[in-house]
Design a protein around this ligand. Structure first.
Ligand SMILES: Nc1nc2c(ncn2[C@@H]2O[C@H](COP(=O)(O)OP(=O)(O)O)[C@@H](O)[C@H]2O)c(=O)[nH]1
Ligand SMILES: [Mg+2]
Length: 198
């Protein structure tokens, strides 16, 4: 079993990507479970996701990296024992610390072979967000297995280069994928990771 968290700011495209990846993996014959933690608002229609044959659990009353860490662990245990998925994808809130989530997952001891972090960056807003929350974003990037620069369908090459420079400055040698969760462009490296081919 592979567990993956999609880290990234609110609006970076986590839910959109989650549905895409979940659907692709499921079509490739993988059993996929999804844990979504949205505080306050639910960005995903559970019924829509369920229609793709994915198992979905939503945790909506708090943040899984803080007050709800126990709830995350119980959910992981329950999903792995009852559903026995090949892949579990976790969408934390945009303010969760990726490293904390990783620790909680490990401590839940559900026997994953790999725990991956995909850090999603909204290419359209990246430069602005970096000016506002550099430390937080830097931490997310440093802890990621792949940095996915999202929304490439709406930015030009110059912006892509600027975002790439930021990522390389923060964490030299990062693996970067340029994707559009909306159009499905560039997702192969992420699918490969979650299928255990990378
Ligand atoms: N143009 C474009 N819009 C996107 C893309 N991915 C997500 N969005 C839009 O960005 C907004 C936030 O997406 P969402 O998946 O809810 O982000 P989350 O808050 O990180 O879960 C929505 O309006 C999406 O339709 C993308 O690749 N390209
Ligand atoms: Mg979301």
């Amino acid at each position: 079993m592979i567990i993956c968290q999609l880290a990234g700011f609110l609006g970076s495209g986590k839910t959109t990507l989650l549905v895409r990846l979940g659907t692709e993996l499921s079509q490739a014959g993988k059993k996929v479970a999804i844990i979504v933690n949205e505080v306050g608002e639910i960005g995903v229609d559970g019924a829509v996701i369920d229609s793709f044959g994915l198992k979905t659990v939503e945790i909506t009353e708090g943040c899984i990296c803080c007050s709800l860490s126990g709830s995350l662990q119980n959910t992981l245990r329950e999903i792995s024992s009852k559903f026995d998925p090949d892949v579990i994808i976790i969408e934390p809130t945009g303010i969760a610390l990726a490293s904390k989530i990783n620790d909680f997952v490990r401590r839940a001891m559900v026997g994953e072979e790999h725990m991956y972090t995909i850090c999603l960056i909204d290419a359209y807003r990246a430069i602005e967000l970096f000016n506002e929350a550099e430390l937080f974003l830097s931490r997310q990037i440093i802890g990621a297995n792949i940095v996915a620069v999202n929304k490439i369908d709406i930015v030009d090459e110059a912006t892509k280069t600027q975002v790439t420079d930021i990522v390389n400055r923060v964490a030299p040698g990062s693996k970067i994928a340029y994707v559009s969760a909306k159009t499905g462009q560039g997702l192969e490296p992420l699918v490969a990771l979650l299928e255990g081919r990378a």
